[in-house]
Design a protein around this ligand. Sequence first.
Ligand code: ADP
Length: 337
Amino acid sequence: NEGVLSSSAAIEDSNLDLTLRPKRFNDFIGQDRIKENLHIYIKAAKKRGEPIDHVLFSGPPGLGKTTLSQIIASETNTAIRTTSGPILDKPADLAGILTNLQQGEILFIDEIHRLNTNVEEYLYSAMEDFSIDIIIDQGQKARSVKINLQRFTLIGATTREGLLTAPLRSRFGVLEKLEFYPWEDLYKIVCNSARKLAIPIEVKGAEAIAKRSRGTPRIANRFLRRIRDVAQVLGEDGKDVIDEKIALRGLEMLGVDENGLCEMDRKILQTVVKSGGGPIGLKTIAVSVNEQEDTIEEVYESFLIQRGYLEKTPRGRIATKQTYEHLGVHKQMPAQK
Ligand code: ADP
């Protein structure tokens, strides 16, 4: 049963995320500029005896936004409360959380671009003045009461910085954008994870995984685990080591090609090429590949654009020379009349 399989795989993945999540800056590989900045902000805030300023992390999924937020909490010795934009349905939900925050605590809001407008507006005064107005009583007796909050730090995470409203964005003192990781960083992450999970792996095997993990630690960790299964079943002479051969075999079984593109990436590119190379709208692509527009933008396109397989123009997406080369098709020139 596919459904059962995939949901148990999802649970395994999230458990894996928890096991492998770095707890301190020292274990967090790469993103050096961001780490240095955060280090300074934390040190300065400590010196002043104040909580750090509100922080916004943006970037594609799986790059370490949640991990960094938790590291900030442990480095500053503070508690972190976690929620997400879509969960906070009503202002009262947010008010409940805010009024329970202690001095210096961190409120982490994942997918902050998906906050309801009325909840978001509520957050403005909380972030700026550390106070909120709540309405008590109903009907004619209804009146607004101002409640002071403890000084807290809001950390927001978003995969779609462009969707954040200007007033919300402007209330963050620290804005950090996470970039896809170079394969050398992913190589270190794969080796560390293999060590933590006691998975035997060779240098070439770790390199193969690192080079095809879409610049994303979460994907590198997931591939590592799936390829361990392959090694255990298909390893020669009963050895379960991930060498280069096993890694490449496993990646192929996962549908990942030599440039690290997956089945969905190729479908998207093929759709653009079939349309004559674009420009083609996101909606049309979404219908053609049977995937949600949001997911295409956040998960697939961001990587394809970064790697030069796709260009985004105001009129739609267009294929690049590299797209044609990768798919092994020749660009059709417009028919001569
Ligand atoms: P996001 O919140 O951006 O979606 P997460 O913080 O949940 O991403 O990261 C996903 C997983 O990837 C984490 O559990 C962790 O194991 C791993 N990870 C992310 N960034 C790093 C890093 N820089 N070094 C080591 N592991 C990382």
